[in-house]
Ligand binder design. Structure first.
Ligand SMILES: C[S@@+](CC[C@H](N)C(=O)[O-])C[C@H]1O[C@@H](n2cnc3c(N)ncnc32)[C@H](O)[C@@H]1O
Length: 225
């Protein structure tokens, strides 16, 4: 199957089920104009994150990897008025673009972008006593095992952990890969699989953004389902 057809199918479903949205369209346009890489989730995946947060009834969301705030907007829109989303971003330029995009979307009241390396910001969130209903992991992939460790410290049973880009064009099955991103998602998935308080699955995706996928993990109290 040609990847062109994947993109056509994405366009078909996005046209019917996602639609265009001025704040999200402007976030993508301004991110591109500012020279950010086009690494935001696809529209249908952004909508999936939004639906997951709503199904979850999430009141607190942690995002690791903001870029221009595209997925942040999708997630923050799922929050109730008193909800809170904290997004961690290493690059101050990305964070600045994201803050402007989030302000234009009217979500600055519920959203905070923290600039700095996630592995330095995460311990501070724990010190401050935060707990999150949903964690979206979408930053540097070698960091994923560490992000999982912190996600577990910052959640309670019933929370959902979502990690993006775990398939990497199928490279995830290459145990000998020299790519630290592949090794990061492999180690992450192995840690998820072995953890007694996680019940998880992984899905492959194709579309306008190519061939990739995500892991979904529910934090449990350890009892078997
Ligand atoms: C794939 S992009 C995020 C896309 C965004 N979640 C979206 O879908 O709109 C990854 C982002 O993570 C940031 N990043 C990379 N390493 C990081 C780190 N160690 N700590 C925090 N952010 C990091 C990058 O600067 C980049 O903006």
């Amino acid at each position: 199957m040609e990847s062109r057809r994947w993109a056509e199918v994405d366009d078909y479903f996005n046209g019917l089920l996602v639609g265009s949205d001025p704040a999200l369209d402007a976030a993508v346009a301004d991110s591109e104009a500012a020279g950010l890489p086009p690494h935001q989730v696809a529209p249908n995946q952004g909508k999936l994150l939004h639906l997951l947060a709503r199904i979850q009834g999430a009141r607190t969301i942690l995002e690791i990897g903001t870029l221009g705030g595209y997925s942040t907007i999708w997630l923050a829109r799922a929050l109730p008025p008193e909800g809170r989303l904290i997004s961690l971003e290493a690059d101050p330029g990305h964070a600045e673009v994201a803050r402007a995009n989030i302000r234009r979307a009217g979500l600055h009241g519920v959203t905070e972008i923290r600039t700095g390396f996630a592995l330095e910001s995460l311990p501070r969130l724990a010190e401050e006593g935060h707990s999150f209903d949903l964690v979206f992991i979408d930053a540097d992939k070698p960091g994923n095992p560490g992000y999982l460790d912190w996600a577990l410290k910052l959640t309670r049973p019933g929370a959902l952990i979502v990690a993006d880009n775990v398939v990497r064009d199928g490279e995830v099955v290459d145990a000998g890969s020299a790519d630290p991103r592949v090794q990061g998602v492999r180690r992450f998935t192995e840690l998820v699989a072995a953890h007694p308080r996680l019940s998880a699955t992984a899905l492959q995706t194709v579309g306008g953004k190519g061939y990739d996928g995500f892991v979904l993990a529910l934090v449990t109290d350890g009892s078997p389902f």
